[in-house]
Design a protein around this ligand. Structure first.
Ligand SMILES: Cc1cc2nc3c(=O)[nH]c(=O)nc-3n(C[C@H](O)[C@H](O)[C@H](O)COP(=O)(O)OP(=O)(O)OC[C@H]3O[C@@H](n4cnc5c(N)ncnc54)[C@H](O)[C@@H]3O)c2cc1C
Length: 451
């Protein structure tokens, strides 16, 4: 069993943990990073298509207001390129395919007006939620006692508008409107700068991609940290007393004065603590389930949909894939169609045999883009609920009652233990940008407490 000593031990080598470790190192503190997997990057993961071409099976997009992530990429020399969006989008509506340009689909005007009034009201409510303390919103108790689903039922006139909101909810949280506290949805939208920023490609969270794949950021950070990063070292137990923390991982024990846990809250609950965590904190982590996502890509010799004037962006209302994108490399070769199985569709697809799931995804692509989509030369998928060290995605979200009863435990340090990870961010919570913010914040906290 190897033994390491450092000022601060960091659990998790995703973007949050690596950002924290780099900030600590730069401030003169020594660090040891303990990572469960045999790789860094956590919820970001590059997949090699051959010939130096990359697609990501985890987080990939960056938006224009994600300044921390863009700043980090600049520092690390990782460039961006725009998500392919030329041409027309497709929506499957009342059983037929309709093409349209821009963000507003060509469907019934009354349904569009219904969606717009609801989104306008939700945006206005979201601005009332304090980002560092959502439970202090003037109407926090009322909003946290209901789900997004119950609010939509009371505030949308048409069933079709509810369906569109359901698709949007699955796209952002990989959960269903009935799973989410309304207060959480409002907090999340506020933390992103509004609902349009969450949903949009141009101007929103899906605007750009990283050259060489998003995992490159973590790979470069880890390179800088060198031997301080210990892979295949899942932390199983944490003991703390008398100003010292002992972390027991497979194959390595770390001693430190502070620890930063940069892992999803729901995974924090799987570590054994001595002394045990206060009930308030533990009960929070009992209430933050991960969403369910399978990210699926079909690979073609070329992006044939572009020749038909299509952007590759589509909304397949019937599912099981409800959203698609053109995810081809910057030079457009090979052609890659990306489809998400999210929320209830991902839960159902997770129960299928892999061949059956693949067929269901390809059948949806063929329905949306024609018979050529039925014969990809390759297929890549990643089911994040099956990943032992993530257990779902895109992140952990709050059901009713969690923010108002337990929210104050999300970031509050416990003795020498500090909490990081995308879920703990106040800006772009749940995103890579939020992970970076959380790493910097936790590092600053640990440094301040070290004196
Ligand atoms: C399919 C998918 C698509 C996404 N799309 C986007 C997107 O387009 N844009 C965007 O901004 N975000 C996206 N996200 C979310 C984004 O990837 C995450 O918010 C971000 O990467 C989280 O970083 P993190 O460091 O907080 O957590 P993680 O990346 O989860 O890192 C935590 C690390 O801790 C390790 N770990 C866990 N338990 C232990 C333990 N006990 N001991 C040691 N190590 C442990 C894990 O292996 C992991 O490496 C997506 C996520 C997924 C999965």
């Amino acid at each position: 069993m190897a033994e390491v000593e450092a000022d601060v031990a960091v659990v998790g080598a995703g973007l949050a943990g690596l950002t924290a470790a780099r900030a600590l190192r730069r401030a003169g503190a020594s660090v040891a990073v303990l990572e469960a997997r045999d790789r860094v990057g956590g919820r970001t993961l590059n997949h090699d298509l051959g010939d130096g071409k990359i697609v990501e099976v985890g987080g990939q997009w960056v938006g224009p207001t994600q300044h921390r992530l863009l700043g980090l990429a600049r520092e690390l020399g990782v460039g961006t390129f725009p998500t392919y969006g030329a041409g027309e989008n497709v929506i499957e509506w009342n059983g037929e395919l309709r093409r349209y340009k821009g963000t507003i689909p060509r469907i019934n005007a009354a349904v569009l007006a219904d969606v717009a009034q609801a989104q306008w009201r939700l945006d206005r409510m979201a601005r009332e939620v304090p980002l560092d303390a959502p439970w202090q919103a003037p109407k926090a108790a009322r909003w946290d006692a209901q789900t997004l689903e119950s609010w939509l039922r009371g505030n949308l006139a048409s069933r079709a508008a509810r369906t569109l909101f359901e698709i949007g909810t699955e796209a952002v949280w990989a959960q269903e409107p009935g799973d989410l506290s309304l207060l959480h949805v409002l907090f999340y939208a506020h933390s992103a700068g509004g609902f349009d920023a969450l949903f949009d490609t141009e101007g929103g969270a899906q605007q750009d991609r990283f050259v060489g794949g998003s995992q490159l950021l973590s790979l470069r950070l880890a390179q800088e940290l060198g031997e301080a990063v210990h892979l295949q070292a899942p932390v199983r137990a944490i003991r703390h007393a008398d100003g010292e923390v002992a972390l027991q991982a497979d194959g390595v024990t770390a001693r430190a004065r502070r620890a930063i846990l940069a892992i999803p809250p729901t995974l924090c609950a799987r570590i054994a603590y001595d002394p045990p965590l206060p009930g308030h904190r533990d009960q929070l982590t009992q209430r933050m389930p991960q969403g369910t996502v399978a990210k699926c890509m079909a690979i073609y010799d070329e992006p044939f949909w572009r020749d038909q004037g299509l952007s590759g962006q589509s909304t397949g209302v019937r599912g099981p894939v409800r959203l698609t994108y053109d995810n081809s490399p910057p030079d457009g070769s090979p052609g890659v169609l990306l489809g998400f199985l999210e929320g209830r569709f991902a839960r159902q697809a997770g129960l299928m045999e892999s061949q059956e799931r693949r067929q269901a995804v390809i059948d949806t692509f063929a329905r949306l883009f024609g018979p050529r989509a039925a014969s990809p030369r390759d297929y890549v998928e990643r089911l994040w609920a099956e990943e032992e060290w993530t257990r779902g995605c895109y992140g952990c979200a709050m059901p009713t009652g969690a923010w108002t009863e337990f929210g104050s435990a999300l970031r509050a340090p416990i003795g020498p233990l500090h909490w990081a990870g995308a879920e703990t961010a106040t800006v772009w919570s749940g995103y890579m940008d939020g992970a970076v913010q959380s790493g910097d914040r936790a590092a600053a906290e640990a440094l301040a407490s070290l004196g």
